[in-house]
Design a protein around this ligand. Structure first.
Ligand SMILES: CC(C)(COP(=O)(O)OP(=O)(O)OC[C@H]1O[C@@H](n2cnc3c(N)ncnc32)[C@H](O)[C@@H]1OP(=O)(O)O)[C@@H](O)C(=O)NCCC(=O)NCCS
Length: 141
C-alpha cells in the first residue's frame, strides 16, 4: 500500500522545508521573497499555505486564498521524486475544499510563460483555459 499524504496548514517550523520544495520545483524567483510570501498568506483569514506530508517530509504544497470574489492558488508543488502519483491532484483538491468551505465557487490560476506543460495537469483536474489578459502593477516601487 502506498504511503498516505496528510494535508494541513503550514506551521512556522515548516518554512525552510517549504522553500526547499519550491526551489526543487523551480517555483522561486529572485524578485519574490518566499518566506515573506508564506508569512503574508498564513497570517490572513482569507489565505493559507497547505502542505502535504508523508511521514515527516513535506512533499506537496499549495498557497490558496480568495479576494472576496474568486479563489486563487499559487506555489502548487509536488516534490520531483514524488510526482505522477496523484499527489498534485490531492493537494489541489484540498485547496478547492478550502475555498468551497468558505463559499467561493470559482478559482482562477495563472501559469507562467514557459511552464505550459502543467496546463495538461490542470486540464486533467477539470480546469479550462479562459481568454483573459493578465495585467499587474507593483505597488511598492
Ligand atoms: C504540476 C505538478 C504539481 C503535478 O503534480 P503531480 O503529483 O505530478 O500530478 P498528479 O500525479 O496528481 O497528476 C494528476 C493528473 O494530471 C496529469 N498530469 C500531471 N502532470 C502532467 C503533465 N506534465 N502532462 C500531462 N498530464 C499531466 C496526470 O496524468 C494525472 O491525470 P489522471 O489523474 O487523469 O491520471 C507537479 O508536476 C509539479 O510540482 N511541477 C513543478 C511545479 C509547477 O510547475 N507547478 C505548477 C505551477 S502553475
Amino acid at each position: 500500500m502506498s504511503a498516505v499524504m496528510e494535508i494541513s496548514s503550514a506551521q512556522d517550523k515548516d518554512v525552510k522545508s517549504i522553500i526547499q520544495l519550491w526551489e526543487k520545483c523551480g517555483l522561486t524567483r529572485p524578485w519574490n521573497d518566499p518566506a515573506q510570501d508564506i508569512a503574508f498568506a498564513c497570517e490572513k483569514q482569507e489565505s493559507d499555505v497547505l502542505v502535504g506530508r508523508i511521514g515527516d517530509e513535506i512533499v506537496a504544497s499549495v498557497m490558496v486564498g480568495h479576494d472576496g470574489h474568486r479563489g486563487v492558488v499559487y506555489y502548487v508543488a509536488v516534490s520531483p521524486d514524488m510526482q505522477s502519483k496523484g499527489l498534485g491532484r490531492e493537494i489541489m483538491s484540498a485547496a478547492e475544499n478550502w475555498l468551497t468551505d468558505r463559499g467561493v465557487w470559482k478559482m482562477n490560476l495563472l501559469i507562467r510563460q514557459g511552464n505550459e506543460k502543467v496546463q495538461s495537469f490542470y486540464e486533467a483536474l477539470g480546469y479550462n483555459e479562459e481568454q483573459r489578459t493578465c495585467m499587474a502593477k507593483k505597488l511598492n516601487d
